[in-house]
Design a protein around this ligand. Structure first.
Ligand code: HPA
Length: 277
């Protein structure tokens, strides 16, 4: 038995034992995208409370957990900020929040991230729904022997980004006048931004967006039968496509500019009973 499996089971037991509502949906926010949602909730707790090894936050990721309890498909485990493999976590540690939510019963995972756009299909400053991904991190959270009851040894990854969830997000975005592009997300390990040659490579490979998160989480979720959707904020053009250098502060500023839209969208989506059917 791998150590992290024990840790997950213990974390799920501690969650239940602590009287925390079991989530039906999990939401994980990306860099600068931990928006305040005006929905009833348990209040915010440090994520560290639910993770048995030390986690450290990076700017733009408060690393808090809030359980949202609106009418509709609640409870929703809102992970405000995520863990990235480039912070030094193993793939299994990186997806710990996803597996914890899945073990507790979550059947839907919504993700946001900030990404670079390398495609004409996705204008910078706008949002794109991820339709598929390229896992170029060199990592996979299913390495080793996850328990058989968690999911298949060789999970199918067709429609990993659930078409029905995408349609639901499109519908709500249209209702608030928010344009959503669509694109393939290329996940790299980071933490360096890409070289211009790597940006050209990503375009050639079929990516529209490039980033340093999401793919491991979606793999872990799909393995456990959790339906996924991901909204990327195209925070900047890929490296070398424009003359300015890429800096994290600009990525966070793009998040702030987009936060109001994201907030309105999630305040609708998270109360829609269709989210979990
Ligand atoms: N590349 C990788 N990750 C990112 C980028 C980028 O251009 N922008 C925000 N996250």
């Amino acid at each position: 038995m791998q150590h992290w499996q024990e840790e997950l089971r213990a974390a799920a037991a501690a969650w239940r034992g602590g009287g925390w509502p079991a989530p039906k949906v999990a939401l994980i926010s990306g860099s600068g995208l931990a928006v305040d949602l005006d929905l009833p909730s348990t209040g915010r707790q440090p994520l560290q409370r639910f993770i048995p090894w030390p986690v450290h936050a990076i700017v733009g990721h408060p690393l808090e957990l809030e359980v949202l309890l609106p009418e509709g498909p609640a409870p929703i485990a809102y992970f405000r900020g995520r863990l990235h493999s480039y912070q030094g976590y193993t793939a299994a540690q990186t997806v710990f929040p996803v597996r914890l939510a899945a073990l507790l019963g979550a059947r839907v995972l919504l993700l946001t991230n900030a990404a670079g756009t390398v495609s004409d299909r996705v204008p910078p400053g706008g949002f794109a729904l991820v339709t598929d991904h390229l896992n170029l991190t060199g990592l996979n959270p299913l390495r080793g022997t996850p328990p058989e009851e968690w999911g298949p040894r060789f999970p199918d990854m067709v429609d990993a980004y659930d078409p029905r969830l995408r349609a639901l997000l499109h519908r709500h975005a249209a209702a608030i006048g928010l344009q959503l592009a669509e694109g393939v997300y290329g996940g790299l390990a980071g933490p360096t931004y890409e070289t211009p040659a790597e940006v050209r490579m990503m375009r050639t490979l079929g990516a529209d967006l490039v980033g340093m998160s999401t793919v491991l989480e979606v793999i872990a979720a799909r393995h456990m039968g959790v339906r996924c959707a991901c909204l990327s904020l195209a925070a900047n053009y890929g490296a070398g496509m424009v003359s300015e250098p890429l800096v994290h502060e600009d990525v966070l500023a793009a998040g702030q500019a987009a936060a109001a839209h994201l907030r309105r969208l999630f305040e609708r989506v998270l109360v829609d009973p269709a989210l979990t059917v």
